[in-house]
Design a protein around this ligand. Structure first.
Ligand code: AMP
Ligand code: SF4
Length: 476
């Protein structure tokens, strides 16, 4: 289902995604460009956003707030950010640390050795341990965010070292998934975790540089892709150009498989693989792994459209628009009550009766997390006259929680951690249900490595304290 939509489970708690970061160095009107960049990354987080820019006088200025990019920013506050050629921005979903304006990024830190701003995508797994260590050393925290932790680690007194040494030391203390942007008065540091869990790419624009969680935002602002930041690398951008430092010798390419499966925009390339092409190939493989005799293939719009096209092409079964989505069901929309829902008021998706009536339908979705979406859609299709509904999912059963910035759900809520595929098939009322294999995830992108922990339970990093308990005891 579309990642611009929030899935509202019965308990009212939404599934959360991760965040997006965008930065500009050496390009005029950096704050305005960042606004457009963040807008292109809006699918990565719709709860809050912010921009910090540095101007010619080395002054830092910030605008941030809760809401969509178009709600937080307007001509007036963008004009107030002025004309500097350096800026960083952030769109967020609440991951570690919870909501509240104090947790809205970028963070701005004032310090006698120089001010700096910081934006972060991902989640640290040892933040509790580090917070205790820092508090014991006298640190006081304004927020409960991982990013503030990094700022304190960078600022920890380590004698008279250069800032880059402090950043290297700090990154070596944190464990987890991250793409960090750190902006000082004259430099932009772009840091990526050594496991390669979160993407971040660099582009070139008008003699300057643009960095972004996803390449779609580089295209939107007219920047030319240069390269991805490598796992364990810090790219330093200053007036002389790009410099590279590796904070760790350890380096893997455990890119989050869910970036390909669901989060990223189809026009983004992640580590050289286009997201639409990946999804289409996953659909092709899904047909080879789980063929079915049917009349039409339909997608759950929008994130499974590419996989459905692949399934259709491989099988020769025509792709049809069996479901239509109302794009204007936003966060502030008043959801119909259970009573109205029972009366048939459905706002987000409608089945197209003239297309599905009397047909054997293959319904493709990218993932099943709690099972709510699939159950609803199978029943919509059957009510609209579909004679058979075969569900094919373009990823394996999502059975383990993510500790790397995707606040999906607890073990209890993850339906595939409780039910077998046969039980789940019955629960959602489908005529058959098959998931893509783990091997299919790798093959879809021609990849040797990926993070597949939420499907397999094989976490690429160490897990700490409460996370280990979750993992061992299987509850959250
Ligand atoms: P569920 O109804 O809980 O099974 O959710 C599955 C649907 O949510 C699928 O259609 C996915 O496209 C979408 N989805 C998968 N992961 C997430 C996430 N982390 N946040 C929001 N939606 C998601
Ligand atoms: Fe992505 Fe799943 Fe790994 Fe989390 S556990 S980083 S969602 S692949």
């Amino acid at each position: 289902m579309d990642n611009q939509d929030n899935i509202m489970p019965a308990d009212g708690r939404e599934l959360h995604e991760e965040c997006g970061v965008f930065g500009v160095f050496g390009v005029e009107d950096a704050a305005n460009l960042t606004y457009y960049g963040l807008h292109a990354l809006q699918h990565r987080g719709q709860e809050a956003c912010g921009i910090v820019r540095v101007d010619e006088n080395r002054e830092f200025k910030r605008v941030k707030g809760e809401g969509l990019v178009t709600e937080v920013f307007n001509e007036k506050n963008l004009a107030a950010l002025g004309s500097g050629d350096m800026a960083i921005g952030h769109v967020r979903y609440t991951t570690a640390g919870g909501g509240g304006i104090e947790n809205v990024q970028p963070f701005l830190f004032r310090h006698h050795t120089g001010n700096f701003a910081l934006a972060h995508n991902g989640n640290l797994v040892n933040s509790k341990e580090l917070a205790r260590y820092l508090e014991d050393g006298g640190s006081l925290f304004q927020s409960t965010s991982d990013s503030e932790l990094l700022a304190h680690l960078i600022k920890k007194d380590r004698g008279d070292k250069h800032r880059i040494h402090n950043i290297v030391d700090a990154l070596n203390m944190i464990e987890g998934a991250f793409a960090f942007l750190i902006m000082t008065a004259n430099k932009l540091y772009v840091c990526r975790d050594k496991y390669g869990l979160r993407p971040v790419s660099i582009g070139r624009l008008n003699g300057g540089y643009v960095v972004s969680s996803e390449t779609c935002a580089l295209d939107v602002v007219g920047a030319k892709f240069v390269r991805d930041v490598e796992p364990g690398e810090i790219v330093i951008i200053d007036r002389e150009g790009l410099h590279s430092v590796h904070y760790s010798q350890f380096k893997r390419h455990y890119m989050c498989a869910m970036e390909y499966v669901y989060f990223a925009r189809p026009d983004s390339d992640i580590e050289g693989v286009n997201v639409h092409a990946y999804r289409k190939e996953s659909g092709r493989l899904l047909y080879r792994e789980a063929p079915v005799d049917a009349d039409i293939v339909i997608a759950v719009p929008d994130s499974s459209v590419s996989a459905a096209i692949g399934y259709s092409e491989e099988s020769g079964i025509p792709y049809e628009m069996g479901l239509v989505k109302n794009r204007y069901v936003g966060r502030t929309f008043i959801q119909p009550s259970q009573e109205l829902r029972d009366k048939g008021v459905r706002m987000k998706l409608s089945a197209v009766r003239s297309i599905v009536n009397g047909k054997r339908v293959v319904m493709i979705d990218d993932s099943i997390v709690r099972g709510t979406t699939s159950r609803r859609i199978v029943s919509l299709l059957k009510e609209a006259g579909a004679v058979e509904v075969h569900v094919r999912i373009a990823s394996p059963p999502y059975s383990h929680p993510c500790f790397y910035g995707v606040d999906t759900a607890t073990y209890d809520e993850l339906i595939s951690s409780r039910l077998s595929v046969e039980e789940l098939c019955r629960k959602i009322g489908a005529d058959s249900l098959v998931f893509l294999s783990e091997e299919g995830l790798y093959r879809s992108g021609g990849r040797k490595e990926l993070c597949t922990a939420c499907f397999t339970g094989r976490y690429p990093t160490a897990l700490y304290g409460s996370m280990e308990d979750v993992y061992r005891e299987g509850k959250f």
